[in-house]
Design a protein around this ligand. Structure first.
Ligand SMILES: C[S@@+](CC[C@H](N)C(=O)[O-])C[C@H]1O[C@@H](n2cnc3c(N)ncnc32)[C@H](O)[C@@H]1O
Length: 188
């Protein structure tokens, strides 16, 4: 008998997490959300502080050490994130880590924030910020979001290039073919 994995519970009264065509899981608004609404906030699941010059292999060591310190339930949760099923700790880290500070010294993975898909510049309707004093990431709506719309944020807001090059860059850096509203509508 095929076992359907349980969908993660929504951390927010504003959206549900469901399976989406070609994107895995994603967050869909269950109500109209006004601009500048706090959608959710959460502490990191796995967080590392490191020198920004750290080589990838050394960073992986930090990640593995932090992973080993998690409880069994949190390890299972971490490995259930995108990339984790196929490529273990390294895959989940690569697919889901946020650079928290502009000096590149702090990176973390979050259970709920990991489920928010990417939209290229202009298509996103949410943004995040790291509240270091509270030790939490916050997700805010950047504009009014209609019921049924997908909640997205832009993984690389600094990329300003044509759709074709942006899609290639996303494929190279993040390993997916972008199916966001901007890429689907533009064809340059
Ligand atoms: C941080 S996770 C986002 C949540 C993920 N969809 C899940 O099922 O947990 C990033 C992964 O989601 C998918 N993804 C995110 N944004 C996407 C987009 N715009 N188009 C296609 N796939 C996307 C890719 O597989 C990517 O590696």
């Amino acid at each position: 008998m095929a076992i359907t994995p349980a969908l993660p519970a929504s951390p927010s009264p504003y959206f549900e997490i469901i399976a989406l065509p070609k994107k895995g899981l994603g967050a869909i608004a269950t109500t109209t959300i006004p601009a500048n609404t706090l959608l959710f906030s959460e502490p990191p699941l796995l967080w590392i502080t490191h020198s920004p010059e750290l080589e990838e292999a050394e960073q992986a060591e930090h990640v593995n050490t932090a992973f080993a310190a998690l409880s069994g339930a949190l390890q299972t949760l971490f490995l259930s994130l995108a990339g984790g099923v196929e490529a273990g700790v390294e895959g989940a880290w690569k697919c889901n880590n946020f650079m928290l500070t502009s000096d590149g010294r702090e990176n973390a993975v979050f259970a709920a924030a990991s489920r928010i898909n990417h939209s290229c510049n202009g298509g996103e309707n949410a943004y995040w910020r790291w509240e270091g004093g509270k030790g939490r990431i916050e997700f805010w709506s950047g504009r009014r979001v209609e019921e049924g719309e997908e909640i997205t944020h832009c993984y690389r807001p600094d990329w300003r290039m044509g759709t074709r090059n942006r899609r290639l860059a996303l494929l190279e850096e993040y390993g997916f073919v972008c199916g966001c509203v901007v890429c689907e509508e533009q064809d340059d």
